[in-house]
Design a protein around this ligand. Structure first.
Ligand SMILES: Nc1ncnc2c1ncn2[C@@H]1O[C@H](COP(=O)(O)OP(=O)(O)OP(=O)(O)O)[C@@H](O)[C@H]1O
Ligand SMILES: [Mg+2]
Length: 350
């Protein structure tokens, strides 16, 4: 991709003794859909607020298209922030809510009218233009809040937990909607979420934040398939962890068997990791485990088997597709053998 469009350079933020953002450096590309993912308190909102200009930097710089914006007030930045709790004005109609920012910028009346009409069409809420926010559903309010941010045509749109208030089904619809809008408007999106699945679905790239710093930055596939730390492996998706000791033979599991692994991160390997969907039934791979089915969890799309083994204190989780489950008909207490490849085995230090 091209050179950095938005460069976040060693940005820091302290509140008294709290180091909320700790030396974050990140280059974001033009028209990129970028997701910031992290647990509560990891500094996501604080970072967005600094990009938008609502919070001063304690250190570092923010450069947009080659020029620093760090000292500009919020209204002078071509950046718009959609807040974690999107407050629409209750006494204004949908159209008035959307027009508000343009009126503050003192655009000509005719331009405001045409831009509001255009965006109402894009978000497919033209027929609700005269309604008040309390006459809208959660998803419709969400779309109005988005329209209000998009209508100002920012170069960068920052969205803080934009789908947090929605139920699961509406959330997945809106995830696709957000992608469509981003594509249609050609705006760079930085979206904060603490929902890892949402980040995987929506983003071109993801950054995992932890304790104010960046742990790993990459495409959804990079992050899921090649986590660099045990934290990232655990944070994204489901991962089985099996304690090992590093010896001359390789990585020795608790039952004395050797685990072959291609993806060794760091030295002093202490734990092996494999995703549930990489385990196959029977003795067909380089690594094998035996155990007892002690629980099954039906997810519709697939069935997760919980298998108690001698390899770890927690059960190993294996994913069966509906097709596999039909054949196996797994039962509680059933003895089972699973195997997996070295290429799908990660090793992390203690
Ligand atoms: N104005 C403030 N004064 C003092 N501490 C603050 C302030 N704002 C944020 N913090 C602290 O900074 C850290 C990061 O907060 P932030 O709101 O950025 O987290 P977050 O990742 O957005 O979390 P969440 O997912 O819960 O929204 C937290 O420890 C928080 O308590
Ligand atoms: Mg937050």
């Amino acid at each position: 991709m091209s050179d950095a469009f938005l460069s976040i350079k060693d940005v820091n933020k302290t509140f008294g003794s709290v180091h909320a953002v700790d030396g974050v450096s990140l280059d974001i590309h033009e028209n990129e859909f970028f997701a910031l993912l992290g647990a509560s308190g990891s500094g996501k909102t604080t970072l967005l607020r600094m990009l938008a200009g609502f919070e001063d930097l304690s250190g570092g710089d923010v450069v947009l298209e080659g020029a620093s914006i760090a000292a500009l007030p919020p209204n002078r930045r071509p950046v718009n922030l959609m807040f974690q709790s999107y407050a629409l004005f209750p006494h204004m109609t949908v159209a008035q809510n959307i027009a508000y920012g343009l009126e503050m910028d003192r655009l000509p009346r005719a331009e405001i009218t045409s831009r509001v009409a255009e965006i109402l069409e894009v978000i497919q809420l033209g027929h609700l233009a005269k309604r008040k926010p309390d006459q809208l559903s959660g998803g419709q309010k969400q779309r109005v809040a988005l329209a209000r941010a998009l209508v100002k045509r920012p170069k960068v749109l920052l969205l803080d937990e934009p789908l947090g208030a929605l139920d699961k089904k509406l959330r997945s619809e809106m995830q696709l909607e957000l992608k469509r809008l981003q594509h249609e408007f050609g705006i760079t999106f930085i979206v904060v979420t603490h929902d890892q699945e949402e980040a995987l679905v929506m983003a071109d790239r993801i950054a995992i934040m932890r304790d104010g710093g960046l742990l790993q930055v990459g495409t959804p596939q990079d992050i899921y398939e090649a986590p660099e730390t045990r934290f990232a492996a655990d944070f994204i998706g489901v991962m089985n962890f099996l304690p090992v000791t590093a010896g001359d033979q390789g990585f020795v599991a608790r039952d004395g068997s050797v685990i072959l692994a291609d993806r060794v991160n760091g030295t002093g390997g202490a734990i092996a990791a494999v995703r549930p969907e990489r385990l196959v039934l029977g003795d067909r791979g380089q690594n094998t485990l035996r155990g007892t089915v002690t629980n099954t969890a039906y997810h519709g799309l697939d069935l997760l088997l919980h298998i108690t083994t001698r390899l770890s204190d927690t059960p190993v989780i294996a994913r069966m597709t509906a097709e596999m489950a039909d054949h196996l008909r797994p039962e509680m207490g059933q003895e089972i053998t699973l195997s997996w490849s070295a290429k799908d085995t990660h090793i992390f230090p203690a």
